[in-house]
Write a protein that binds this ligand. Structure first.
Ligand code: GL7
Length: 839
């Protein structure tokens, strides 16, 4: 009874001596305890990596306490919960971020110090959790940090890939991919929940059965695998709240097939069972295109099915009536990757809970929201009907039925406009009949979010014009953001201290708008001096890293000019490289006197190419070929260096961004939905050289066009430039120098003619600019690009002006915090309230 329960609880409390303590002595005791009993090394002899393991477990214990309290509190208060569904999370390292969010950074540093270790060195031991590709995946991670910090009752759901994003190694200038078997050394940041498992089914048939006089469809699946939960606590900053990121791993089903074992083929049966695990084995390394692969579809459904069973179980523990679902559950689709959820919830409600179709649909339409992260229609996900029908036969039927209802509604609204009907249909008839996952997501979601103002505009006027006409109120803009906890506090401690000193508060770490207070000091000479000193320290760290990685010694007086992001034609790394070749040509033609006036540059490029993306791989090779020429030219010396940073990832970004003077964001206008790298550089006082694309448009609004270097065609000019052939390079030989600058033609020739070697290999790269009508407008934008570069050089000479611009960049970066993004989503899309766990 109740009395017994209370007695037990009291005894438990008397056995516990309160929460774990965070003073340096208690931390040391815990670290040594974990060295001895978790890592199983001697306390008298352990190395940096073992210190990392022991400290991580020490922190993990503290995370678990808070995480328990948070979940008990959520359970007690039963708020509406947000479930953030994403196939990708790029978390990076956890140690530094955790100690900062727990507010025990100094204590940990001191504890380690007294044990003879250095926090920075120990933190360096950690590998990145790279369960995602690029911006989309890192944005998911930033959003988790903000959800926890702002006390929202949220859960993240994802997949626990055993192989994260491949490691990039460079051999002879070419990219090679190595598997990232990241769990090899153990992962202290996760908690295996071996009892939280669900069966996920695939294949089979659909049968019709009689139920209470009604005909009812049921799915008889053909294969079962098990999903096991791995929980990753996500601590908020300045709060006890610690939320959960639950990642699923596939395991063979515990119910084995007796038949198979009885045939005597024991070995093969075991091997076949093991195949189930392949589902969550490997992350697909393409960041923007997915072409109907069965394994990918299996991953998506595996993820969706396990997450929704978990979510429904939690709902049913607290509620009996599905009418309450929209008041208690918000499901967010991070891009279309989890959008099979829509069909799955329908299946659960109709087939398993026996709600009638209309009732179920009514509920479903109130719980889903959707964010799309792509600009161009070709980037939208489609799933071939044949594939879907064989893997998930019942879901295909449900999708057809959803579409049937939608088409009927649409005919009533717009009449028999067949061209429009077929364009808006969820089912695409064509050479390969397929399901349009974006259309499905729009039809069923109550809000459709773009990731920048410009992106939303494109969605309304182009990509989803017809849907916007039908449901204008659904379309919203939630400009992306990044967390200042990781992108300033963790990555740039010197800047953190400087900002706090001059603002007289650390409150900006929770309330980023306060950063605007830096404007008050923008002309203060002492502030300038300290500001430049911080940049110098960070450049020093970066220079050391560059030398270690590439052997190239760089001068700290040079302008560090960085472009780091996935390699893509539309991101125009090629424009950057052509600009570097141009700079090289100019230097070669200069006399000694003019050279003395040149601003020295260190050009830094980094990023991975999808393994199957030939053009991107050629861009990487070209970068290396050009670097080899320039860096070994004794004529040039420190005036120009080009380095490629291999294996760009979150932890490399943390080092590179604080050390950059200038960063480049060169996407052809209308191609980058938002971009988030620009925001991270902005927060680190790095000036931007950029096109007016994605979220840069809003950065301009915030800091003013004078505080960055803009160039290139604007989004509404691009179509014209393409269509009217203004930039057509076909008649290259006699091109008008006004339209296609001669310099550009010359550089293209150099590459084509083998000036940098590898003539044959670079041919298709040159063709992609020349023969393909210069789709990304490199030629068109080239002069404007060079002008922006010249303006950057000129400004760099005027250090006072440069520092002013740098300060104003940070001062204007508050709006680009993911805290702002998340608060906006919470209030206007998810309708959830903060739920703050008491201390
Ligand atoms: C992306 C967009 O390309 C990028 O502009 C955006 O910042 C990011 C987050 O919204 O999403 N879409 C996409 O598929 N990837 C992105 O990075 C991989």
């Amino acid at each position: 009874g109740l009395g017994e329960h209370r007695a037990k609880a009291e005894r438990m409390f008397s056995l516990m001596d309160g929460f774990l303590k965070n003073d340096p002595i208690s931390l040391q005791k815990d670290i040594l305890h974990h060295v001895e009993y978790t890592v199983a090394r001697s306390r008298f002899s352990f190395d940096d990596f073992e210190a990392y393991q022991a400290l991580s477990h020490t922190i993990r214990d503290r995370l678990i306490e808070r995480w328990h309290d948070t979940h008990i509190f959520f359970k007690r208060t039963k708020p509406k919960r947000l479930y953030f569904l994403s196939l990708e999370f790029l978390m990076g390292r956890s140690l530094s971020n955790s100690v900062i969010n727990l507010g025990i950074q100094d204590q940990c540093a001191e504890a380690l110090n007294q044990l003879g270790f250095e926090f920075e060195v120990v933190a360096e031991q950690e590998g990145d959790a790279a369960l995602g590709n690029g911006g989309l995946a890192r944005f998911s991670a930033c959003q988790m940090d903000s959800l926890a910090t702002l006390d929202y009752p949220a859960w993240g759901y994802g997949l626990r890939y055993e192989y994260g994003l491949f490691r990039q190694i460079i051999v002879d200038g070419f990219q090679h991919e190595q598997p990232d078997y990241w769990l090899n050394f153990g992962n202290p940041w996760e908690i295996a929940r071996i009892h939280v498992t669900y069966e996920v089914k695939f294949y089979g048939t659909v049968e019709e059965v009689e139920m209470n006089g009604d005909k009812q469809k049921i799915w008889i699946p053909g294969e079962t695998v098990e999903a096991v939960a791995y929980d990753n606590p996500i601590p908020g900053y300045g709060t006890r709240n610690t939320i959960n990121l639950r990642l699923w791993a596939a395991k063979p089903s515990s119910k084995f097939d007796l038949e198979a074992y009885n045939t005597g083929d024991y070995i093969n049966s075991v091997v076949n069972r093991q195949r189930a695990e392949t589902i969550s084995n490997v992350l697909y390394p393409d960041d923007r295109s997915h072409q109907g692969k069965e394994l990918r579809l299996k991953q998506q459904y595996f993820f969706v099915s396990a997450s929704l069973q978990d979510i429904m179980r939690r709902f049913k523990e607290e509620h009996t009536n599905f009418d309450e679902l929209p008041e208690k559950v918000a499901l967010h689709l991070n891009d279309t990757h989890p959008s099979l959820s829509i069909a799955e919830v329908m299946r659960m409600l109709v087939d398993e809970e026996h709600l009638n179709w209309n009732k179920a649909w009514d509920i479903v339409c109130k719980i889903f929201s959707f964010t799309t992260h792509t600009m161009v229609a070709e980037g939208l996900e489609k799933i071939p009907v044949d594939l879907l029908g064989s893997l998930l036969p019942r879901h295909l039927e449900i999708l057809y039925e959803i579409n049937h209802h939608f088409m009927e509604e649409l005919k009533e609204r717009i009449g028999l406009d067949y061209s429009r009907l077929s364009q808006m249909s969820i089912v695409e008839e064509g050479a390969v009949k397929s399901i349009r996952m974006a259309n499905l997501s729009i039809v069923c979601s109550h809000t459709v979010n773009g990731v920048s103002k410009l992106h939303l505009e494109t969605l309304k006027t182009k990509t989803f014009k017809d849907f916007y006409g039908l449901w204008p109120e659904k379309f919203q803009c939630k400009t992306n953001g990044v967390t200042q906890r990781r992108w300033i506090v963790v990555s740039n401690p010197s800047l953190r201290d400087l900002i706090s000193k001059w603002l007289g508060t650390e409150a900006w770490i929770r309330d980023p708008d306060i950063l605007s207070g830096l404007r008050d000091h923008v002309d203060n000479a002492d502030f300038h001096l300290e500001w430049k000193m911080v940049k110098r320290i960070n450049k020093m760290r970066l220079a050391e890293y560059i030398e270690a990685m590439s052997g190239v010694k760089v001068s700290l007086d040079a302008m560090f000019d960085v472009q780091v992001k996935r390699i893509h034609e539309y991101k125009r790394q090629l424009l950057n490289i052509f600009g570097i070749i141009h700079r090289y040509n100019c230097l070669k033609n200069m006399d000694k006197d003019s050279r003395r006036k040149v601003v020295p540059r260190v050009c830094i490029i980094g990023g991975k190419a999808a393994p199957g993306y030939e053009m991107a791989k050629k861009i990487i090779k070209l970068c290396h070929a050009v670097a080899e020429k320039i860096n070994n030219d004794t004529d040039i010396g420190d005036l120009l260096k080009l380095v490629f940073i291999p294996d760009y990832n979150v932890s490399v970004a943390e080092l590179v961004m604080p050390g950059a003077d200038l960063s480049q964001h060169l996407s052809t206008a209308g191609n980058e939905a938002s971009g988030t790298g620009n925001m991270k550089f902005l927060m680190n006082g790095c000036l931007l050289l950029a096109t007016e694309d994605g979220s840069t448009v809003e950065i301009i609004e915030e800091i003013g066009a004078d505080n960055l270097f803009l160039f290139g065609a604007k989004v509404d000019e691009v179509a014209d430039l393409r269509e009217n052939g203004v930039s057509n390079l076909a008649p290259l030989q006699n091109a008008s120098p006004l339209k296609v600058p001669l310099q550009f033609v010359r550089i293209l020739r150099m590459v084509r003619d083998g000036y940098f070697g590898h003539k044959d290999y670079f041919k298709t790269l040159c063709d992609s600019v020349e023969a393909a009508n210069d789709y990304y407008l490199l030629g068109t934008d080239f002069m404007s690009y060079l002008e922006a570069q010249a303006a950057a050089d000129k400004t760099f000479v005027n250090q006072e002006k440069w520092t002013r611009m740098s300060i104003l960049s940070v001062a204007g970066s508050g709006r680009f915090s993911s805290d702002r993004t998340i608060q906006d989503y919470a209030e206007s899309t998810w309708k959830i309230n903060p739920c703050r766990c008491p201390l």
